[in-house]
Design a protein around this ligand. Structure first.
Ligand code: FAD
Length: 391
């Protein structure tokens, strides 16, 4: 066979898996559609990722955290969930748990660059950039991929990390439940007059939602979600008008606001694969589960999933076992689905409840927020999910 492992996609999940296998002795082929320059120096893409404590620990263990540039990490000290125009909020406070932060905000392009630099130093990783996988196939003996230049590569195992729209998932016959939310997230940075004090806000307003995430004392990441039919109109707004509208919708809590970066749009589609493995084939990252960003789980789950699979692959490599062993892949699939499915369904439920503007839904969400506030175990469970170091 040409290699021990083929990874399709060098996004955070694919790079993460290659990194987690450093020192295992496995020869890895990493195939990525983008040119290598785009991986080495990724441009700001508007996404600021809220990392849980467990993800920070994983990135530390992978030797990636220390490569983030100074000032790239924003502690998230408090989170507030607001409903409609009411000033009441459901709050989560790190200080109450005697912690420095609930989580940490880091811009996606900083994480991607740090991952790339770390994997670039691994001698056993062979890069095929600016190459697209066009076909995936497997049988009892081996798995193979065909590239867009016609080359065919074989290995005992192929892992797909090729995004929530994964073509290889389809080619390997793994069904996925997908939900198109009919909305688009518009993301970008804004500077503001007053400091944010490390507080994140999720505002469920009628017809649209607004998230304000603290990346620096006077700068926040702004995520607005609008119906897909309105996105062109909102993207065409002059920067000053858009900033003024956000400040107004945010009730001027941070004073005057101004645009701090380009705006980016992301159509909101959730995907959960029915299983994360097939014959000599596995899914990681968004290809396994692509989340709505409202609960900020997508990247975190991608990281925990690749770590789970890497642990099993390392153990198999140490005992000279088969990396494509069906029992190994099924165990990974079962374990990771146990973590992701409740979060996927729960997140979609939250989105449904908080974007439905019918009077009964408005009443229900007020009730849900107040009840969560009065039930310390619920708040504790959510806070623990964010701050626990082990899954
Ligand atoms: C607005 C927004 C905010 C978010 N905020 C958060 C957050 O706060 N916290 C959080 O945990 N998550 C967040 N996420 C989710 C997070 O960004 C994703 O979960 C994560 O980027 C997925 O990584 P991935 O490697 O699985 O896939 P991707 O980043 O999509 O990478 C897939 C890679 O595969 C390559 N590829 C695709 N097809 C092929 C092919 N055929 N051949 C070769 N290469 C191929 C692509 O070029 C790409 O590089 C957010 C997402 C959005 C949109």
């Amino acid at each position: 066979m040409d290699t021990d492992l083929i990874i399709i996609g060098a996004g955070p999940a694919g790079l993460g898996l290659a990194r987690s296998l450093d020192g295992s002795g496995l020869r890895i082929h990493l195939i990525e559609a983008q040119p290598e320059g785009a991986l080495a120096d990724p441009a700001f893409d508007g996404r600021d990722i809220a990392l849980t404590h467990r993800s920070v620990r994983l990135l530390q263990d992978m030797g990636v955290w220390a490569r983030l540039p100074p000032g790239a990490v924003g502690p998230l000290r408090e989170a507030r969930v607001l409903d409609g125009r009411s000033s009441w909020f459901l709050g989560f406070d790190a200080r109450r748990e005697r912690l420095e932060a609930l989580g940490y905000l880091v811009s996606n392009h900083h994480i991607r660059r740090a991952l790339y630099e770390a994997v670039r130093q691994q001698p056993d990783v062979h890069w095929r950039c600016a190459r697209r996988v066009t076909a995936v196939h497997s049988d009892r003996q081996q798995a193979s991929v065909t590239l867009d230049d016609g080359q065919r590569l074989t290995a005992p195992l192929v892992v797909a990390a090729d995004s929530r729209y994964s073509r290889s998932r389809q080619q390997m016959g793994i069904p996925a439940r997908a939900r198109d939310f009919g909305r688009v997230a518009i993301v970008g940075r804004m500077r503001h007059e007053r400091p944010n004090e490390g507080v994140a806000y999720e505002c469920f307003q009628y017809g649209q939602t607004l998230a304000v995430l603290p990346v620096a004392p006077f700068e926040s990441s702004i995520v607005t979600t609008v119906p897909a039919s309105r996105v062109d109109e909102v993207m065409a707004m002059a920067p000053a008008d858009y900033a003024a509208e956000v400040a107004e919708r945010f009730g001027h809590r941070l004073g005057e606001m101004e645009i701090g970066s380009e705006r980016f749009r992301y159509p909101l589609v959730g995907v959960h694969a029915d299983r994360f493995a097939a014959q000599r084939f596995a899914l990681v990252g968004d290809a396994a589960v692509g989340m709505h960003p409202v609960t900020a789980h997508g990247f975190n789950l991608g990281l925990s999933g690749q770590a789970r699979l890497a642990r099993r692959l390392r153990a198999a490599a140490e005992r000279g076992g088969d990396l494509g062993d069906a029992a190994l892949l099924q165990a990974y699939s079962r374990e990771h689905r146990r973590e992701t499915l409740p979060l996927y369904l729960g997140t979609n439920g939250i989105v449904r409840l908080f974007t439905d503007d019918s009077p009964p839904a408005r009443l229900l969400r007020k009730g849900v927020l107040r009840l969560s506030d009065r039930l310390p175990p619920v708040k504790w469970a959510i806070t623990r999910k964010l701050t626990a170091v082990h899954g």
